[in-house]
Ligand binder design. Structure first.
Ligand code: SF4
Length: 664
């Protein structure tokens, strides 16, 4: 049994116990070393061995031999692959400047070594375009930063202390599964549960109140609760005077949102909304878990603002189990000072605009695209335009990947990457406050190399590294370990789980406080008021039309982590639709259907069930093109419009129609 840690993009960062025989991974399970992991893990990572040894695994560097997208490649030595890439970098820089090179990455691993490390040094020192990594968590991150300076939040262990839990736009049964037992424990102890989600998830089924809001309307539901708190005298004036600024402006913006008006827009019962407000005002400790489902629309930033502001207005801080729970990614205060390269003032490309960048940008054009930790052909909006860009014959695309993804098929040079089971990394949780050191449990498959090794080799070839800087993974791991706060480094070296100075389960406003300049909650940050299209706490109307009346959402599933593991065989991908919507279209369960709008079409099987609200349909996030009949995914239907705050993706603003697929 070998101990390691999971650095994938999941809140939990499990500690793992891996059985290895004859140098091969046999089973992957949870370790008991980490009390949150508690000896079990998700079904996704249990199957990770199928990725490591599967037929899609990339084993050698290769160059394109066929048409882009065709997937024909010829093997080359590593030295040749690195030389080809470095020469194209130099040629592109000489012709159009460094900004004509676009590095593209996101969350294939959240490990400290695999992203924003030697890769960041390479991009900064070479002066490439910069990437705004906004496909997920940008609006909630902007809201959390402005309100609280990303104060550490309630961790899983304290959920059982709460008397009321509101799960807002989050489904831990599919992602971040280790939260579920803590919610169940709280329920056993008598806590009430509110779930805000357009779908009747497993937790929604056991909730005391389920608000199945229209996608994109969370902001008005939260504002109605604020209005109630202010007008009924349930706002905590004492707390607001001592610890917050901007409450009056928030109150003004909440004023128009009566329960009736908000309920009408959100498509829920006014009485249900009022009940949630009353429960929230009365219960203590009460906690709000702000997820990421509520941010993926035109009002997403303001929704996160309004939800995260609730505990300040209602005075829910200062007790164990009270306050808010969100990403704890900033809790360790690791500022990566080991990256000794200032960020240049080069072009900033929003990753949700990849399709535009590849097909429209001309000052300078994108001549070179370098994709790693990411599969944008199926994960970013406006798939048709992204694929059109990837097809450009004059674009030189490098894909550095573990398996032959939908994006890798378009590579000019393909580089095989190690998985987390084949290298070192630091796994940092963003649900619990955990940090663990992942170690290699098996040798890399074929000629796969780590990010540190490959970016180190490119930096060396381009003359961008100093002699005293690490160039390989082991060196980099030791270099980072030495630069973490001493007690953290010592614990990790000894195989223990470290804790930050305030512990792994802080009480907000007792152990931790806002990291804002005046240490107060800023309920009406001026910078965000100026940057949001209609200002703070405002609602932008639904983009649905008579032609495309259904809201399409694409929530996380229990099969993939974003699109990671999407290559594994899976049952038919299904579009979930409410029976009333199916009947109106004369559709039945198991029908073959087309889901379409002006951007594209997805052909798949229909699943008719009452577990989604009428007017909303759902396709799983992270599916690969092979999973549907016509090789497109839900992203083909998603506009590349941006959220009101943070420049995030508006996945849930896709409006579609569904019809039977003729001759299916
Ligand atoms: S994906 Fe999440 S639940 Fe699964 S093993 Fe990794 S950290 Fe644990």
């Amino acid at each position: 049994m070998v101990e390691t840690a999971c650095p994938l993009d999941c809140p939990d960062a499990c500690s793992l116990a891996v059985t290895v025989q004859h140098g091969k991974v046999i089973t992957i399970d949870g370790s008991r070393k980490n009390p949150v992991t508690d000896g079990y893990i998700c079904a996704k990572v249990r199957k990770f061995g199928e990725r490591v040894y599967g037929p899609d695994r990339l084993l050698h560097p290769a160059i394109r031999k066929g048409r882009k997208g065709e997937g024909k490649f010829g093997r080359v030595p590593w030295e040749e692959a690195i030389e080809r890439i470095a020469s194209r970098f130099e040629a592109a820089k000489a012709k159009h400047g460094g900004a004509s090179i676009l590095p593209f990455s996101y969350g294939g691993s959240n490990g400290l070594l695999t992203q924003d490390n030697i890769d960041a040094q390479l991009w900064r020192r070479f002066g490439t375009s910069r990437l705004a990594r906004t496909v997920c968590a940008a609006p909630t991150g902007a809201a959390n930063m402005a309100l609280y300076g990303k104060m550490p939040s309630i961790t899983y262990q304290d959920y059982p202390e709460a008397k009321l839990i509101i799960l807002w736009g989050v489904n831990p049964s599919a992602s971040g599964i280790h939260l579920v037992p803590f919610v169940r424990e709280a329920q056993k102890r008598g806590a009430q549960l509110v779930v805000v989600d357009p779908r009747t998830t497993a937790l929604a089924r056991s909730a005391d109140v389920h608000l199945a809001v229209n996608p994109g309307t969370d902001v008005v539901a939260a504002l109605a609760i604020h209005r109630y708190l202010f007008t009924s005298g349930r706002a905590d004036g004492e707390f607001l005077r001592a610890h917050a600024v901007g409450a009056d402006r928030l109150r003004e913006r909440a004023e128009p949102w009566t329960f009736e008006r908000a309920a009408d827009v959100a498509g829920v019962e006014a009485a249900a909304l009022e009940r949630v407000a009353e429960l929230y005002a009365s219960a203590s400790p009460a906690l709000v878990r702000c997820g990421w489902g509520l941010e993926r629309n035109r009002n997403g930033g303001n929704a996160a603002m309004a939800v995260l502001a609730l505990p300040a207005v209602a005075g829910k801080f200062g007790v164990r189990g009270g306050g808010y729970s969100m990403s704890n990614s900033a809790s360790w205060n690791i500022d990566r000072t080991w990256i000794d390269a200032p960020e240049p003032d080069t072009r900033l490309v929003n990753m949700n605009h990849l399709g535009r960048a590849l097909t429209e940008y001309d000052d300078p054009p994108v001549d070179v695209l370098f994709v790693y930790n990411c599969n944008p052909a199926v994960t970013v909006p406006d798939q048709r335009r992204v694929l059109r860009g990837l097809e450009r014959e004059d674009l030189f695309t490098v894909v550095f990947e573990q398996v032959m993804t939908d994006t890798a098929l378009y590579a000019d040079v393909l580089l095989p990457a190690t998985t987390f089971l084949e290298g070192y990394d630091f796994a940092k949780a963003y649900g619990p406050i955990n940090l663990d050191l992942g170690r290699p449990v098996v040798e890399p498959a074929g000629e796969a190399r780590s990010n540190a090794d490959v970016f180190g080799a490119l930096c060396t070839r381009l003359g961008l590294l100093r002699d005293d800087e690490p160039t390989g993974e082991l060196d980099l791991m030791l270099h980072v370990l030495d630069r973490l706060p001493a007690s953290i480094g010592d614990d990790l070296r000894g195989g223990a789980l470290p804790a930050p100075p305030f512990g792994t389960a802080p009480i907000q406003f007792v152990d931790v406080f806002p990291n804002t300049p005046d240490r107060k909650v800023d309920l009406f940050p001026a910078a965000l008021e100026a940057s949001a299209p209609m200002g703070l706490y405002r609602f932008q109307a639904d983009p649905r039309s008579d032609r495309y009346p259904l809201a399409l959402i694409s929530p996380a599933s229990d099969r993939t982590i974003s699109s990671t593991l999407g290559e594994l065989p899976r049952p038919d991908v299904k579009l979930l639709m409410h029976p009333a919507d199916a009947e109106a279209r004369r559709l039945a369960d198991h029908d073959q259907v087309r889901v379409f709008n002006e951007l594209g079409e997805v052909q798949c099987t229909l699943n008719v069930a009452p577990s989604i609200r009428p007017g909303t349909v759902s396709l799983p996030k992270g599916i690969w093109r092979r999973s549907t009949r016509n090789n497109t995914t839900g992203t083909a239907l998603v506009p590349d419009t941006l959220t009101d705050l943070g420049g995030g993706a508006c996945f849930n603003d896709a409006r579609v129609e569904v019809a039977s697929l003729p001759n299916a």
